[in-house]
Design a protein around this ligand. Structure first.
Ligand code: SF4
Ligand code: SF4
Length: 355
């Protein structure tokens, strides 16, 4: 591990953007979101990363595409559609979202579509030095400091606009090769741990979440509780769409439109509209039909069953052997997204008080 002191981020941003597409969270209109920033913009303005503003959408879509073709059938042959992305950098990923990518890396370990994107991505994490609203990363081992196993480079804000830069992986070290960097002093390195410790102490009391998790794993929640809560689920998929660890997907075949058919070279069948593609898309375990079987038997016909299933996937000890952690990274997005008021804080309070 190598640690450096940066007087500003400008040179690092500029350097990385010369060799990779450069993405960063921007907040021009009070709506923090990931955006590609062009090289000349980086050079002119030296964009600063946002330290405490969580983008509404996490970074999962960079690797697990919201919708993508798995293959194309041109009427005669099957054609591969593996993505071939250019190298890119996600600059300033929060610790919770990085832990979610780490979780998805395990889930999609054998998935060539995910891996084709993942292997082109350089992850630059950023430590949080203030708790965010509704966040509880510290409780689920996902923050506020970036965990070493989740990032290539880590940035930590010091005072006066200076930064500590920690190079973790071989890719991270290679990515800063050529920059003139000043090694950080022992004092600057220790400041990081002081700041993170201080940040952890600033979080509100979330002991009801620990209590709720214990109750869930002790199987102390009656079916009637889930039935009551299920009434509040609108099946909108807001939670699963925004949750950075949710990875359920569906697939279906669809005909390729006329314009896409033309792209299939010299293919008469395509022109006759027999061409089709098999598409993968984000699905949601909160949808009524998600678990419906070919026989039309549905093991989760009731909304309460589906809500229960969602929360067991996030907090059941049963998944610890496979992932080494819970399926929740404490970002709080589901609390903000859920119109039925059954996001993580609401559900855990009710489990503790009512179940
Ligand atoms: S369950 Fe909610 S708090 Fe946990 S990672 Fe998903 S969106 Fe974030
Ligand atoms: S739990 Fe909330 S956010 Fe999720 S599908 Fe149901 S209503 Fe929508």
């Amino acid at each position: 591990m190598q640690q450096y002191l940066l007087e500003s981020l400008y040179e690092l941003q500029s350097h990385l953007s010369h060799s990779r597409l450069f993405y960063q969270v921007v907040d021009n209109d009070g709506d923090p979101h990931w955006q590609q920033i062009e090289l000349d913009e980086v050079e002119q303005e030296g964009f600063q990363p946002l330290t405490h503003k969580m983008p509404q959408s996490s970074a999962k879509g960079f690797f697990f595409a919201e919708q993508e073709p798995l293959y194309v059938f041109d009427g005669q042959f099957f054609r591969e559609t593996l993505p071939k992305p250019d190298p890119f950098v996600l600059f300033g990923v929060l610790s919770c979202d990085l832990m979610a990518i780490h979780y998805q890396d395990i889930f999609f370990e054998q998935d060539p579509y995910y891996q084709a994107r993942r292997q082109q991505g350089l992850l630059v994490g950023i430590d949080c030095v203030q708790p965010c609203k509704e966040g509880f990363c510290y409780l689920v081992n996902a923050g506020p400091g970036v965990r070493d196993e989740t990032a290539d480079l880590i940035l930590h804000p010091l005072t006066d606009g200076r930064w500590l830069l920690v190079a973790i992986t071989a890719l991270g070290k290679e990515s800063i090769h050529g920059l003139t960097l000043t090694p950080a002093s022992a004092h600057e390195i220790s400041l990081r741990w002081d700041n993170l410790s201080h940040c952890e102490q600033q979080f509100e009391d979330h002991s009801y979440i620990s209590e709720g998790i214990n109750k869930l794993n002790a199987d102390l929640i009656p079916p009637s509780f889930w039935q009551q809560v299920g009434v509040q689920c609108l099946g909108c998929s807001g939670c699963t769409t925004l949750c950075p660890t949710c990875s359920c997907y569906g697939t279906h075949s669809q005909p390729i439109g006329a314009s896409e058919s033309k792209a299939i070279q010299n293919n008469k069948a395509g022109q006759d509209n027999q061409a089709s593609q098999h598409v993968r898309f984000w699905d949601s375990c909160l949808y009524e039909g998600f678990q419906r079987e070919a026989s039309f038997h549905n093991p989760a016909e009731q909304a309460g069953e589906r809500v229960k299933r969602f929360w067991y996937h996030k907090f059941s000890d049963d998944f610890l052997p496979e992932f080494g952690r819970y399926g929740c990274v404490g970002c709080g997005r589901c609390e903000r997204a859920c119109p039925g008021v059954i996001g993580v804080h609401s559900i855990m309070r009710r489990i503790v008080d009512d179940a």
